[in-house]
Design a protein around this ligand. Sequence first.
Ligand SMILES: *[C@@H]1O[C@H](CO)[C@@H](O)[C@H](O)[C@H]1NC(C)=O
Ligand SMILES: *[C@@H]1O[C@H](CO)[C@@H](O)[C@H](O)[C@H]1NC(C)=O
Ligand SMILES: *[C@@H]1O[C@H](CO)[C@@H](O)[C@H](O)[C@H]1NC(C)=O
Ligand SMILES: *[C@@H]1O[C@H](CO)[C@@H](O)[C@H](O)[C@H]1NC(C)=O
Ligand SMILES: *[C@@H]1O[C@H](CO)[C@@H](O)[C@H](O)[C@H]1NC(C)=O
Ligand SMILES: *[C@@H]1O[C@H](CO)[C@@H](O)[C@H](O)[C@H]1NC(C)=O
Length: 397
Amino acid sequence: MNVLRIFYLVLFFLINKSLSSKCTTTRTGNDVFTDCHGKGFRYVPRNVPNDTTCLDLSDNELSVISNFAFSRLKYVSSLKLSSAQISVIESKAFSGLVKLTSLDLRNNTLDIHSLLENVFNSLPFLRILDLSQNNFQQYPEKVLENLSDLERLSINGINDQTFGNGFRSLSKLTYLNFHPCSITRMDNNTFDVFKNIQLKELILNCKIRYVEPGALNPFQSIERLDISRNFNVRISYLLQLLNGLMDRNVTSIDFSNNFRTIPAADVLLASQFAMIGAVCVKEVDLTRNQIISIQSGGINLMKHKNCLEKLILKENSIWGDRSLAIEMVKLVNLRWLDISNQATIHVKTNAYKNKTCLRRLDMTDTNYFSDRLTFVFQLPHNLQYIDASYLGVKVLV
Ligand SMILES: *[C@@H]1O[C@H](CO)[C@@H](O)[C@H](O)[C@H]1NC(C)=O
Ligand SMILES: *[C@@H]1O[C@H](CO)[C@@H](O)[C@H](O)[C@H]1NC(C)=O
Ligand SMILES: *[C@@H]1O[C@H](CO)[C@@H](O)[C@H](O)[C@H]1NC(C)=O
Ligand SMILES: *[C@@H]1O[C@H](CO)[C@@H](O)[C@H](O)[C@H]1NC(C)=O
Ligand SMILES: *[C@@H]1O[C@H](CO)[C@@H](O)[C@H](O)[C@H]1NC(C)=O
Ligand SMILES: *[C@@H]1O[C@H](CO)[C@@H](O)[C@H](O)[C@H]1NC(C)=O
């Protein structure tokens, strides 16, 4: 029995040895990168060089992170523990990681019970935390409460869960990504706890069905907003959210790929399209929203039409109407316009152009429309790029 036990111990030791030696360490200047990803580790290897600054332990089978697992590694600033089948993290697991600024725990099986209240308290400089793709049914508010230096957070978006004091404490947060996100409602008070946080980027690829017009009101510092891939909601309805950002300066709004219910269609009324101009926004992406028509007059109604520099309407089914095209010239600062790939009858229009001085788009197709009317309209003066290839046939006649 004893001999067998010793044998197993030796075997264990040898396996441990050979596994650990599979990590590779690369030194460049002051950076020491130790790469242990995808090696089948069941625990944190013991012979990671103690001057390591960046440690990648992703794609392993760690399951438990024990107390003091990294205590020798005082210089690690970036720790990757993604896809490592972790479900338990002991309360002093990260003890000693005094320089840690970035912790990636994406795609494990963590839930509210895996993270004890003080688990991140030994990490005074943590700025980036990725908890996305875990099993949270509630937000780990208690754990978030002491992360007052956190700047970037990715986490599951949970339906029917309110945001509490944990989020309210993240006073330096600039980036928030819910992934995956099952949130279905955005009420006027949903995001109240974010009111005093200067969030710059917000990503909501969720399951939104219901919104109230003031829901985004707490995000008065937002620069980049991504409300794409909410497959159950029409863009014509979602646009009312811009009420909450009225008159703000925003760099980009991604409203692409909403409403994938098939087969269906959406019509943007002038007043709905005009909501884009309620905000002083530079770039708007409306790709793939099953828009079949945009009522004319919308551009005229836009309050901040001078702000728009880039407009992407590709991959809809817009057959539109001429007056909207004629209004386009009023977007005086528009530099980039993509209206390509409208999914009606595809006709190659040869209208792909890239000229700084482009002034007119001549929408004829020499093969198909040789004896049809040519529809000529004026383009915005600052336009530098336009893609109008594969426009639906109805635009052209
Ligand atoms: C790192 O390990 C070496 C020996 O392997 C030791 O001499 C040194 O003191 C250790 N450094 C730290 C900061 O622990
Ligand atoms: C998530 O982790 C599981 C198990 O570790 C792995 O099989 C899967 O490929 C990972 N998925 C992603 C998106 O990283
Ligand atoms: C946050 O930190 C304070 C003091 O540093 C401590 O008293 C408190 O218990 C911590 N809260 C949590 C939830 O860990
Ligand atoms: C939400 O706020 C908007 C103003 O931003 C207001 O017009 C609307 O009535 C509010 N809706 C509800 C249900 O409170
Ligand atoms: C938006 O930007 C303009 C020009 O930079 C500035 O004058 C204006 O005050 C800004 N508006 C807001 C609400 O920040
Ligand atoms: C347009 O043309 C210029 C000069 O030929 C090039 O530098 C630029 O990348 C082009 N832009 C696009 C979007 O193709």
